[in-house]
Write a protein that binds this ligand. Sequence first.
Ligand code: GLC
Length: 567
Amino acid sequence: MLLTVVCVKLIWGLVGLRESVAQNATGKDEWWRDTFIYQVYPRSFKDSNGDGVGDLNGITSKLEHLVDLGVSTVWLSPIYASPMVDFGYDISNFTAIDPIFGTIDDFKRLTTRAKALKLKVVLDFVPNHSSDKHPWFLKSVQRIKPFDEYYIWKDAKMVNGTRKPPNNWLSEFQGSAWQWNDQRKQYYYHEFTVGQPDLNYRSTALQEEMKNVFRFWLNLGVDGFRVDAINFLVEDSRFLDEPKIPNTGFQDTDPRTLRHIYTSDQNETYDIVASWRKLVDSTNGTRKIILTEAYTTLPYAMKYYQFGSNIPFNFIFLRNITSVSKPVDYKRAIDRYLNSIPAGYVANWVTGNHDNSRVASRFGPHRADQITMIAAILPGVGIIYNGDEIGMIDRPMSWNETIDPAGCNAGPSRYNLTSRDPARTPFQWDSSINAGFSTGKKTWLPVHSNYKTLNLQAEKTTQKSSYAITKRLISLKQNPVVQRGTTQVTAIYDAFLGIARRLPNQSPVVLIVNLYNHSMHYDVATFMNIPKQMTVYVANAAANLSIGAKINTSFLQLPGNASVILL
Ligand code: GLC
């Protein structure tokens, strides 16, 4: 622990020496503070033309749902021209809409409607790589200047007369990260699929091209960007082998067998983020938000704050906390995260996304709302993934149904450990054909068979549905105690997790979660020093408590899996 603190301090010290980005510590113009941001995965949200794939007009037609939930912002996963090898994260034109999603006019209509509804629009920005069908790459293959340097090219290593990749670097999606190109007679580097060659940020021309991409979308009035896979942006220029981690139990092709000291978290990456901050800040209008995606260590994640990210995604509910975590594990992970945030910056809590099993599948359906409750009561921004607000669960896929490259590349015996298809199935709007997602014969991924009962329309008429609970949780962010109060996280033995938020002279807001699956009772009032009489603000289905019910916290009896927020 001490060592971690020392390391964090050391890194901050170093950060201080480098060019860091001044931030508005008052947070007055940070409209995202104390709100929820909603991720739309466009292929799966709403199909307006019956081709089985979601599109922009579909999203526009459903923006009221987001207003109804009370979120501040819609973040759209990629909508750009793409061969769809990685379902939009392989981009062949950074400033064009893919026809499957619609047209630039459809996009303008979407942003106009969002503005009218007072919703902010955030776009995915994918700077690490392009598609191998991008004209830049095709010219790079032909060594046409300046495109020749837009990607990471290296000569082969000849071993006993045989051509080998330049080093041992592995792709996130399994196997060597190097692909031979017979025309250029060199290998190119790809952190993700073969169809996603990494861009070279040591080319100033490329850096400028990517800045122009920002400018293009800023001119169309977007409110910010979620920057994809940022930690992989720059690679060490010595191209040394990465050290092997002994005894991982993973196959040699698995990236988890290497310590990514040369392909992740490089210093130059942070400087580039800072240059983007400067660029977006030079735009007129409302302050722009930058969210950054990096599955990395806490110190490296925290460092993004000082280099201009407003929301370096906090993935503790996707990585550190699992269905078997005990109250003390929650306490440690939450405290450690909160204590690491540099002064003046905002916390954030990601509950799910398109790359991970759904929250209701990771924690079990009875615990899905519990994680949203934690995200809601803790200070800062919540980030939810479309469908999680109605408690959608993963739809298991057979090998034949699997289309995600992360699953396909792992092969038939291991695909289900890495495939992201199960969490990407169409949104379940109602009980009509294809869950109201599409009128088409076939949808791009199958609709979960539970849609007849698990759908938004049904949940709108059910008390204690995930939808009803999520709505109340989103509005809890407007409570001044939740906005500005102190935070106390308490582990009550092995059973209860308690979170209390407090402001002087105001009654606290308190969350209690029973992490056992059987009934338990404690004198929570004494344990957490909270009032003996409190009122239910919201409770999950397992708690069997009604909103407004009076509770005696000196003998708080909660059924297994119950969670409740008290005022
Ligand atoms: C990010 C995206 C993921 C994608 C990858 C490559 O992690 O969230 O979906 O496959 O980057 O772009």
